[in-house]
Design a protein around this ligand. Structure first.
Ligand code: IPT
Length: 998
């Protein structure tokens, strides 16, 4: 196609596209949903010449460096010719520069200039050639052979330019892409994540016929109604005679040929000739026997849409995978295919610890498979449209998606939502997302963006959206922030963030309530997830939520060598990290670690998985909460009841086995149940005489699934057949020594001397503050009370019968004195019974823990415990762990949360042994009640002092905590604090335990 614009006689308008909010793009092709996997294509990923300039106005140097596309220059290793040194920078709300909208900093604005040659086949002559740039942040200026071909803004969506007029088929062509990092658009992209720069998705050229498919919009609903709107564009201004559109749909019964019913109803006619032809055709059909798409049953049908020349040959073709499904809101219920579903969701960014924002399809598949394996059925694409491959994967694997526009004006929220200069950008970003993604069955809700206040610009975008796609609800948290029920046009869903259980259950609600963010996963967190779900499943109108967020955004950083302090980058060897742990010489960097300022520290490390995708313990918690079936005892406790908790699927994809104790196991037969149905099944009588009374149904995948191999754990519900009420000594198999005189040895301070302990058991009220403790503010109160450095004063040592009674006091800073009594009684087997009482003054209103800490000799490296496990658990995060006998290496008990903090706890522990290599003795500990216990290589003080794991030196000893009470972890870093039921208050705390050498 020729560029028919006349040469202008006017002088050029001096626009800096990076400082012009009204300009969202220039000569950019309209966004569309045509997918052409087979179109002739020249891939342009790989090495490009590169210069990073300090400003877009800086002249190029004569020499070029090189770098890879796609890539973030902020993590790449290249020859920094202009000395720009632009490393990752992390801020949450705060803009990374002080300038006010709409202008970016004039003085320093890193600008990457990418250039390379493209060999274009000679047979592309006469065809339309399009340059596709997957994503560039934040302003893209494209040139071909020195001709400016277009400008694009919007860092998370592709820009396409028609480059036919500038390109020379059969020759080497030069493509230059200039990427300006800061712009007027940066104020719209103020998401809580690292700032990067670069071209983050793939680049290529492709060719089509001049007359081509311009867009395809598909609506497909259960029942089989298929409606495909096809737009055709280009050519010589009129539709050539005889051209047509058709569809081919693959069904299990064969290929259906679907003609367009009204070809080109809106075609231009010769008398109304315009610059290029635009016509629309429609394919309508009712497909018999379709099986609907849901996240549980992600059935897809291949559809090919074709544009035919007069002779029937194919001029253009677009490929789709169609899912027949509907979404509607009825009262306070959001229905998928007519059924009220729960959203067991997570917020997910495009993130990688080596590449920054460049993610490939295999990485995305790994993310989604991991989510499916942990019971998630929904993703919110926080806070921008994802790489398009993510949506195809969600279609295929079965996940509901809330697709979110790339609008977050957090630091200037109020100004921009009503700023008419940004009106175009708001609607453009929403519209381009919808036009790209509307054919994905997985996308069930559109989101207008995040944290941008609420203004007329949102309503304008919502208005465009509702007319263009009436088939999906729209949500926007900013619109419901102040009043959930308030009438407005921007949100069909009450989608609050971080609302408490009390708030969400204070209905009734007029619309479905689905939390767009909740259960902030920063560090050791996600307390009360099970309480949320108890509330959601028992309150009309509540339909779930999206955990914040999937992954910790830690960037792998080199600590040694020539590039010390820099990101390890895309080429870092795989052995630089594994299982959440970085190799020596590396660490997970967070805000401030690259010298970035201002910054928000570790607030970017708030995911359910560590940067390398190792699941944090909260993932197991979610898996159990999301279990597809429920197991209960019948009231007479002689049988079990199994309920199918899914919305669409039967239980046929699952297999199950009963487990009891450490070895008893028997096959279980799952009943054939429709969603919501339940049935009574017999208990495995052969197992029941077994000593232990915790009966677990281990449920796994019965066959290989696209997201999990056969045998993958799905859930492990447990019932308790009988409680163990025996007293401590009976359970420990111990009796008091007849005459214990001299058996308990104390030092001058009244502390126990014991051959297996290197540090005696003492009272502790301190835990290394979690991120929730720090950001929620409670840790400052604990410090103010001096809990981290309590000084012990011995009051008395006395003897009562065979026992030694040691009384001491601990002075706090201004909160009174803590009294502590330890009664040490020898046991006949050489062990010791320890009865402890702590009396806490009323001023200590809220404590991290009350308990005992001691350290063992070195050489003990295996913990075997009866309690919840195998994963880490805390009082308000223990639904994902079964009670029973578990065994683990001491080193593996600890979770390396990015900023060191309290970690490694096990809840409801009744007894444990710590053993080492055969020769070394070990210890056995029994507790009076199921208690919180931790065994790690780190003292609470070590963890408190460290900012990163590389600063920690694991001890050879075991640091053992036995807690009478331990505060739940809550979610206070962003959201509700630990619920009152899981807090530790003042008053009298008593606990007893026995210590036996093995
Ligand atoms: C909310 C943001 O939407 C999200 O991007 C992230 O910053 C999260 O908080 C915290 O990690 S906004 C917050 C002010 C509630």
């Amino acid at each position: 196609m020729q560029d028919r614009r006349p040469a202008s006689a006017e002088p050029a308008v001096p626009i800096d596209p990076w400082d012009a909010p009204e300009l969202t793009g220039w000569r950019r092709l309209p966004m569309h949903a045509v997918v052409r996997p087979d179109a002739p294509r020249v891939p342009l990923d790989g090495r490009w010449r590169f210069q990073l300039l300090p400003t877009p106005r800086t002249p190029l140097a004569g020499r070029w460096a090189e770098t890879d596309v796609p890539g973030c220059w902020t993590v790449q290793d290249f020859d920094d010719l202009h000395g720009v040194r632009d490393l990752p920078h992390y801020t949450n709300v705060t803009m990374p520069f002080p300038d006010l909208p709409p202008s970016p900093p004039a003085g320093r604005n890193p600008t990457g200039v990418y250039e390379r040659e493209a060999d274009v086949p000679a047979d592309w002559a006469g065809r339309r050639v399009v340059l596709h740039v997957g994503a560039a942040e934040s302003v893209l200026i494209a040139h071909v052979n020195g001709t400016a071909v277009g400008v694009g803004k919007d860092s998370r969506l592709a820009s396409e330019f028609d480059v036919t007029h500038a390109l020379r088929p059969g020759e080497r062509n030069t493509v230059r892409l200039t990427v300006v990092k800061w712009s007027d658009a940066t104020f719209l992209e103020d998401q809580d994540q690292w700032w990067h720069g670069g071209i983050t998705r793939s680049v290529h050229l492709y060719a089509t016929d001049p007359l081509h498919l311009a867009d395809v919009g598909i609506t497909a609903v259960p029942g089989g109604t298929l409606d495909v709107a096809v737009r055709v564009r280009g050519g010589e201004g009129v539709l050539p005679a005889g051209w047509s559109v058709s569809g081919l749909l693959c069904t299990p019964d064969g290929i259906l040929r679907l003609p367009a019913d009204e070809a080109f109803a809106r075609a231009n006619v010769a008398s109304e000739r315009v610059s290029d032809f635009l016509g629309e055709a429609r394919i309508r059909a009712v497909v018999p026997g379709v099986r609907p798409w849901t996240a549980e049953t992600p059935r897809l049908y291949d559809l090919t849409v074709r544009l035919h020349r007069a002779d029937g040959s194919v001029a253009d073709e677009s490929r789709h995978r169609v899912g027949f499904r509907s979404v509607e809101i009825s009262g306070a219920d959001l229905l998928v295919n007519g059924v009220r579903v729960y959203f067991r969701g997570v917020n997910r960014h495009d993130f990688h610890p080596l590449t920054g924002r460049v993610v490939d399809a295999e990485e995305m598949r790994a993310d989604l498979c991991l989510l499916k394996r942990h019971g998630f059925n929904a993703v919110r694409t926080a806070h921008y449209p994802p790489d398009p491959a993510l949506l195809s994967l969600a279609d295929e694997l079965g996940l509901y998606v809330v697709d979110e526009a790339d609008i977050e004006t957090h630091d200037h929220a109020h100004e921009l939502a009503d700023d008419p200069r940004y009106l175009g950008a708001f609607t453009d970003r929403v519209a381009r997302m919808v036009l790209r993604d509307r054919n994905h069955p997985s996308v069930v809700v559109w989101s207008l963006g995040n944290e941008s206040d609420y203004g007329a610009n949102h309503d304008a975008a919502a208005g465009w959206l509702r007319r263009t796609d009436p088939t999906r609800p729209v949500q926007y948290e900013g619109a419901i922030k102040d009043a959930w029920e308030q009438a407005q046009s921007a949100s069909d869903i009450i989608c609050p963030m971080y609302a408490s259980i009390e708030e969400i259950t204070a209905g009734p609600h007029s619309k479905p309530l689905i939390l767009c963010e909740y259960s902030h996963a920063m560090g050791n967190s996600n307390g009360s997830l099970a309480d949320y779900w108890r509330a959601i499943e028992s309150t009309p109108g509540l339909q779930g939520g999206f955990v914040w967020e999937f992954r910790d955004h830690g960037i792998l950083q080199r600590l040694t060598g020539e590039r010390a302090g820099r990101p390890a980058g895309p080429d870092a060897a795989a052995d630089a990290y594994a299982d959440g742990v970085t190799a020596p010489g590396y660490r997970w960097a967070y805000g401030g670690d690259f010298g970035d300022t201002p910054h928000d520290g570790a607030f970017c490390a708030d995911g359910l998985v560590l940067p390398d995708r190792t699941p944090k313990p909260a993932m197991a918690e979610h898996r159990e909460i999301a279990a597809p079936l429920r197991l209960e005892l019948t009231p007479d406790r002689r049988e079990a009841r199994i309920t199918n908790r899914q919305h669409f699927a039967g239980l046929g994809w699952l297999s199950a086995r009963w487990h009891i104790g450490d070895s008893g196991t028997a096959p279980a037969r799952l009943p054939d149940l429709a969603p919501g149905e339940s049935a009574v099944v017999p208990l495995p009588t052969s197992l029941l005489p077994h000593g232990d009374s915790h009966l677990t149904l281990r449920v796994t995948t019965a066959e290989d699934l696209p997201w999990a191999p056969r045998g993958t754990l799905v859930c492990a519900p447990q019932v308790v057949l009988a409680e163990d009420h025996r007293d401590l000594l009976t359970r420990a198999g111990a009796v008091l020594a007849a005459d214990g005189a001299g058996a308990v040895e104390l030092d001058d301070a009244g502390l126990l001397r014991h051959p297996l302990l290197t540090a005696p058991p003492v009272l502790t009220l301190w835990r290394a503050p979690t991120d929730n403790d720090e950001w929620g503010g409670i840790a400052d109160r604990w410090r103010a009370w001096g809990l981290h450095a309590l000084e012990r004063t011995l009051v008395s040592v006395g003897r009562e019968g065979a026992s030694m009674v040691v009384r001491s006091v601990y002075a706090t800073d201004g909160a009174g004195t803590v009294g502590h009594e330890q009664v040490l009684t020898p046991l006949a087997n050489g062990g010791l019974l320890v009865d402890e009482t702590a009396v806490l003054p009323d001023a200590l209103t809220d404590l991290p823990r009350v308990g005992t800490v001691f350290e063992t000799v070195a050489g003990l490296d295996t913990l075997e415990w009866f309690g919840r496990g195998p994963g880490e658990t805390y009082p308000d995060r223990c639904a994902g762990a079964t009670a029973g006998l578990h065994r683990a290496d001491v080193d593996a008990l600890f979770t390396p949360y990015l900023r060191p903090q309290e970690s490694g706890g096990r809840h409801d522990v009744r007894r444990f042994t710590l053993t080492g290599a055969a020769a070394a003795p070990g210890i056995a500990v029994h507790l009076d009640l199921p208690r919180q216990v931790s065994v790690t290589r780190h003292r609470a003080a070590d963890l408190t002092a460290a900012a990163h794991h590389d600063e920690l030196v694991p001890r050879a000893t075991c640091v053992v905590h036995l807690d009478a009470a331990h505060r739940g972890v809550g979610t206070a870093s962003c959201g509700p604090d630990t619920l009152p039921a899981y807090r530790v208050g003042p008053g009298t705390h008593r606990w007893s335990w026995t210590l036996q050498p093995l």
